[in-house]
Write a protein that binds this ligand. Sequence first.
Ligand SMILES: [Cu+2]
Length: 679
Amino acid sequence: MKALIPVFPLKGMLRNYLLCAMFGSISVPQLYAQETPVDSLKLIHLNEVVVISEGKQLDHQKQRKPLSTLDEFLESSRSISMVKRGAYAWEPTMNDMASERLAVTIDGMQIFGACTDKMDPITSYVDVSNLSEAQIGSGQQGAVFGNTIGGGINLKLEKSNFRPTGWNGSLETAFESNNSMRVFGGELNYSDEKFYLNTDAIYRKADNYSAGGNREVKFSQFEKYNFSVNSGYKLAANKSISATLIYDEANDVGYPALTMDVSLARAVIGSLSFNQDTLFGNFSNWESKVYYNKIKHTMDDTKRPDVPIHMDMPGWSETAGFYTQANFNKVKHHFFFKWDGFYNKSYAEMTMYPANSNEPLMFMLTWPDVRTKDVGFYAEDHIPFEKASVKLSTRLAYHSNTVADDFGLNSLKIFYPEMEETNTRFLKSFSAQYHKMLNDFHFNGGLSYGERAPSVSEGYGFYLFNSFDNHDYIGDPNLNTESSAEANISVTYKKPTFEITASANYFHVFNYIIGVVDNSLSTMTIGADGVKIYTNLDYAKLFNVSLSGRYTISNAFKFTGQVSYHRGVDDEGENLPLISPISYRSAIDFYKNQYSALLSVEGAGEQTNYNPAYGETKTAAYATLSASFGKRFFINENDLFVKTGIENILDTNYSSYTDWNNIPRMGRNFYLTISYSIN
Ligand SMILES: [Cu+2]
């Protein structure tokens, strides 16, 4: 039986020898195997071989909110925060670092958004119906997915994988009161030992939401649908091929925190894989994939009142890539090797239509057809000792950017007359992690170094308007490679009924890339305060610390809690933007006889370390309370699951440090989810 609610926790047989020392995570992988955590998303150590137990039904009692958006699922993770520009397409951040400092992949595939204003993080191009889990690695533990500073996230697609389940399917629907969100989804699957076919579809439509106090947030509506098909065929007992295809389209998406909305955001994502159990006798789990994806993004300001100048801003992003990977075990050494590469084309333009139609149109290439080539080699070795282990890993990559459009190149040459068409870098990452067990204590510590190339916007963006600090941004093709030296440490004390983990990490980021005001330039966007150029600061420092715990009160009741503190400053001691103040969350879970219930609180302290130069204002402290109640019924062989809940029970009007331009969050919201699955 396939999981009804498709994003489900990792369970089953984790290879427990791996050490796990990520910030904010539970530090001992065994924990995952022993119980289903409250979180639906698991932080796993990258390259852990995670076998999701086959033929076992998902325990959706433990889903806090089935059919919630992927963004909400990600936000429930301990190490991810989401930057919000509206109700849709939130941007994941980890260790207080966002998209350009993270490696985010879908089933190992590199995908890049097509929006110059970060309206389409790649997490917006899949839905929970497609996915089985999100794999999260902090800092260089995420380097297996690509070059990164802050960490890596891989969204793993859900597949039947030759489990002998035969036919099964499900129908599900949800309604949320605050923005009248309607969700309809369904899936139909067939799987046997030789062949499987998984299909799913989901549709979401939401009106404007209301913040606390029943204040409507205009332009916060959205509509989205997503289809996916994936299939596998066994060529022989130890060989199989598989293919996946995802089509995702969002229309009429409002971005209340920005000056424009989106009329179309569309992705087509496809891949072909070949899997073989062994290779040359010594290697195992050999997996190879080729993939292609294409994204189209169209911004729209036609519905906004008082637009000073109408603009058309379409963008395209196209990526083709591959990877091939295998394990290799030799005595005490557990190696993992991966060779990967991608080719991306990013193109975005802007046409301005002056109100006086006698004036000429203005046209700019905001992304001048930038071609990015990246070929990388990743290797790790895990060496277990008695009650201890070491993991060493490295990524070495060749990375190049070329401006393929002459008009775009000549536009940038106004600022950088000496610039070359192509810029090539060699990117390196090294990491050592150590784990030691002492009675009930687990110690983890690690030192890492990593590098990343500037993003397309940072390197080649041309007058990209940022509504947060109200500046136009221009890229710099001569930026230095950003690099980071990172240290992490965590201690867990673990007993059968409770555990507590204290963890901390520190990133010293050299050549930190951020926009710096250039007073000699004049703005392009009407009403902008100035122009910023992406610049390397000498360094920036980021520090994160957290304390998390879990206590099993009885068989039915469980308590979890987490509190974290973050700090980020530049080389002059000034605050970096979008750094979390003290934040906390806590919950009591109840689960017995197919009934589940939850009461949770989530909040943050006042944001005292903010920076007006980046458009930040002080965000006040807040706390919200939520509750849910679920029941599962068995009808013949089939399964009916009903879940209802209230979020922001007290209808608090608030915004957090991650809310773009302090756009207020959703007020009180009732939801109801019904899932019916046929085995
Ligand atoms: Cu956009």
